[in-house]
Structures are given as C-alpha cells and as structure tokens.
Design a protein around this ligand. Structure first.
Ligand SMILES: C=C(O[C@@H]1C=C(C(=O)O)C=C[C@H]1O)C(=O)O
Length: 363
C-alpha cells in the first residue's frame, strides 16, 4: 500500500476509517443473507438455511482472491465466522457432536460451522446419529479417521444401520499437550489420563519422558482433563480446548509423535448436498464372498479414472465371512462419470449404499 500513512496517529486514524468500511460492508452482507433466507422460506417454509456447497464455494473464492498479507486460511477463517454470524441472524445451525465439551470433535464442529452455531455434546457416536435422525439437530459431527491411528470403526459401523447422509468433512490438525492443574506436584506425576487414541498418538514421547507413569485410558480427553483437577499426582493428555475449559497448565506442548497428526471428521445430516465443484463421495459396498471380489469392485473406478481417497474393510454383521468396503473417492454422484461407475458397481455388488456426496474440506 503506497498511500499508507507513516505516523502512529495517522495510522490509527486510517485503521478507524477502514473499520468503519468493514462494519458497513459486513452489515450489507448480513442484510443480503437475510434476504436470501426470506426467498428460501417463500420457496419452502421448512427449509434449512445452511447450504454446505455454497459455503464451500464462498470460502474457496476468498482463498483464491486473497493476496495477503494474511494467509489464505486465516482469511477464510474470518469469513467462516462472518458467514456463521450472518446465518445465525435467521436460524443458528444446531450441531450435535461427540462430547463432552472440550473434545477435538467440538473443535472440528466449530471450525466447520463457525462459533455462532449451537453445539450440543453427546455421550456416544450413535447418540449423535440418533439426534440427527430424530430431527433434534440439523447436523452431527463425528470423528472418522486419524492419520496416526487409522479408522474410527464405531463411526463406520453406525453408517451401516443408519439412513443418514454425509454432508461434509472437516480435517483438524491435532496437537496434544501434557496438562496439570494448580494442585499437581509436577515432579511427582505418577499417573496420566487420556483417551486411547491420544495415548497411541503420543506413545514414543511418553516412553521417553514418563516411562514409569501409569497410563489410564478414559472415554475422552476432556474427561481426562477433568480428572486431573482432583489428583495432585496426575496429569492428562488433551488438546487446547480441554486445557482452556478446565483451566490447566501445559507442561509440555505438541507431544504427538507425528508432526502432521490430523483427524478427519464427518458432518452428517438428513439431506443430499448439491455439487460444489470440488467434491467427494463416500459409499459402502457389500460384495459376494468369492475370489477376485475386491478387484471386480475396484475395476470400474480404475477404468473411469476416478481417484480413490480411502478404502476400508469391515466385517459385515450378516454372514460370518462377508465383508463390506467403505470407499471414498473424488467426484459428485451427479457427475455423469461418477453416476456411470456407481451404476456398474451396483450391478456387481450384493449391496451398495451411497452415504453422500459432499464438498471437500476447505479449512
Ligand atoms: C446466504 C445464503 O445462505 C447461507 C449463508 C451463506 C453466506 O453467508 O454466504 C451461504 C450459504 C448458506 O449457508 C445462501 O444460500 O446464499
């Protein structure tokens, strides 16, 4: 900016003027979003205002237009919050997540929907599914895979019995910290609480730094953080949200063994999402138990040059030696190429369920 003023007073004056512009523009944007909501209501009185594909497009556009000095992700996060606030004017999105409060899943929910969403903690993954199914909330957020520890089987299994659709995904970088309370004797830590996944993600660090401490697995990191408050010889492994919520001190930060430790979460809802331009599709397929079944299943994807992003095998609950495959791939079910593959797979499979086509995670 060549016309940036030089003195402190002049710069502050300039910032005030820019803030007035930002304020006016955000208000103008909010008024437009309100008007969109009115039009949607006229078209369908029971409409859900939130549109995952449109929000993904807005964020991608902002990231592409951004020229700095803020980086594109930081800018998109700001716009994420503006959209969240605009939407809440009409109807805050209600989201159930795998709780308790302070878990990484809550962090993922707020990252995806913004802080104006109403987030409600559930005690178990199937409860999240049930809340969405019952219409008590608009969406649910559940973890599905971690880059270090692999798949969350419980989430995949829940899809087998449910008619819920996948409406989005969110990927979160996971940083684990060793936390203590103000009562803890830091030199006397003999017990560490955490969720089994977190222990697994920090195994080498723990072996090196606390080889003799007892490791006690609990239902969530937030639960671990809570327990530490009551014991002078205990510490917990958990993330930032739990540390803040329970007012704990980090005595060691980012103790995960892998520097790019991340977890993928799925947004579940009860409707199909239109194309956003960069989408993924998730399906579950049951194959007849015969030689070459997996090859037969994957061949159409290869022939149509469809990019598989994940393949998981789970034992089917019906029949001892039958397997089901969870497959994620790039593309939307409304694209002719994807529709053609799905049709071929349907003919070869004992059963095919499309869990959803949804925008690839933006943030
Ligand atoms: C304004 C709309 O409704 C909601 C708000 C959006 C926004 O603030 O940009 C985007 C999509 C919807 O979640 C819309 O559909 O365009």
């Amino acid at each position: 900016m060549s016309d940036t003023p030089k003195s402190l007073d002049a710069l502050r004056e300039r910032i005030d003027a820019v803030d007035s512009d930002i304020l006016r523009l955000i208000s103008e944007r909010a008024a437009c979003a309100k008007r969109v909501a009115e039009i949607k209501t006229q078209e369908d009185p029971d409409t859900v205002f939130y549109r995952p594909e449109r929000e993904a497009q807005v964020l991608r556009r902002i990231m592409a237009l951004n020229e700095g000095p803020l980086d594109a992700e930081e800018m998109a996060r700001l716009f994420r919050e503006i959209m969240s606030a605009c939407l809440a004017l009409e109807q805050p999105v209600k989201v159930a997540y795998l709780g308790p409060e302070g878990t990484f899943t809550q962090q993922a929910a707020l990252k995806h929907f913004g802080h104006s969403a109403v987030s409600l903690p559930m005690a178990a993954i199937d409860e999240v599914f049930r809340e969405v199914e019952a219409g008590a909330v608009h969406y649910g957020v559940v973890p599905v895979e971690n880059s270090t520890e692999g798949v969350v089987n419980h989430t995949l299994d829940s899809f087998m019995d449910s008619s819920m659709r996948i409406c989005g995904e969110a990927v979160l970088r996971i940083h684990q910290h060793l936390l203590v309370s103000s009562n803890t004797r830091k030199d006397k830590v003999s017990r560490i609480y955490s969720h089994p996944q977190s222990f697994a993600q920090c195994r080498k660090w723990l072996d090196a730094h606390y080889p003799h401490a007892e490791r006690v697995a609990v239902a969530s990191n937030a639960e671990a953080a809570k327990l530490v408050k009551t014991e002078w010889h205990s510490a917990a492994i958990a993330g930032d949200m739990a540390a803040k919520l329970y007012d704990l001190e980090r005595i060691a930060e980012k103790i995960e063994d892998s520097p790019d430790n991340s977890t993928r979460f799925l947004i579940i809802g009860n409707h199909d999402v239109p194309m956003s331009g960069e989408d993924k599709t998730s399906v579950v397929v049951a194959m007849r138990n015969q030689p070459g079944a997996l090859h037969e299943l994957l061949e159409p994807f290869h022939r149509h040059a469809i990019d598989l992003t994940r393949l998981e095998t789970r034992p089917s609950r019906s029949g001892v030696w039958n397997y089901v495959f969870f497959i994620d791939f790039k593309g939307h079910r409304d694209e002719p190429r994807v529709a053609a593959v799905l049709e071929e797979v349907r003919l070869r499979a004992a059963d095919l369920k499309v869990l959803g086509s949804y925008p690839m995670g933006v943030l």
